[in-house]
Write a protein that binds this ligand. Sequence first.
Ligand code: MG
Length: 231
Amino acid sequence: MSEMQNLKFLFPPRVKGIKIFDSEALFPVGKIYCIGKNYADHAKEMGGAVDRDQPFFFSKPPQSITQSNTIAFPTQTNNLHHEVELVVFIGAKCSNVKKEDAHESIFGYGVGVDLTKRDLQDIAKKNGKPWDLSKGFDNSAPISKILQNEKTIMRQGEIKLSVNGVEKQSSNLSNMAWEVDEIISWLSKFITLNPGDIIFTGTPAGVGKLNPGDQIDASIESVGSLSFKLV
Ligand code: MG
């Protein structure tokens, strides 16, 4: 250990920071996990179903986070999709935590969009390949400011997304198949969650194609809103 203390980083580590409402501090981004098929209507539109026995997760790299209000339209896709999601920010370490204790690890919440290259994802699914390049590209995780709301499990609130002023997704957090405390408890059986870690909690029905020039506005009741333009 003492040997490590004498060593210096070759270049400064790149740590993304997320802005927080009413705070000068930045939330340093650690691991990002996303749950799949967590609203029955979206699972159905994707040709599947919610699995109440076994949720599944994928991850995005920390550098996929952006809080810019303009995002360059990504390359290598002809079918970019929007997925509005409640995002949970972890503020305390937890491992193998019970559902009843999961609230202890919550720092706050935000509005996020899990941008997805649906065409690449469809090919990956068909071939049993990983989703990384369809889900984890540059700026694939636009996110609002964080609303600090420690030790609180959010169970309801309207969740919406519109494209160019036309509503595309509209649901309620109460429709999540796996609730926030259940998601944290399940994930923490497999990995240690640390302060800085982030969880995307899934999207309701109405996902659809985005084009260059589109204006995206998303909101979650009692959490906040997120707006960005694809350029
Ligand atoms: Mg998603």
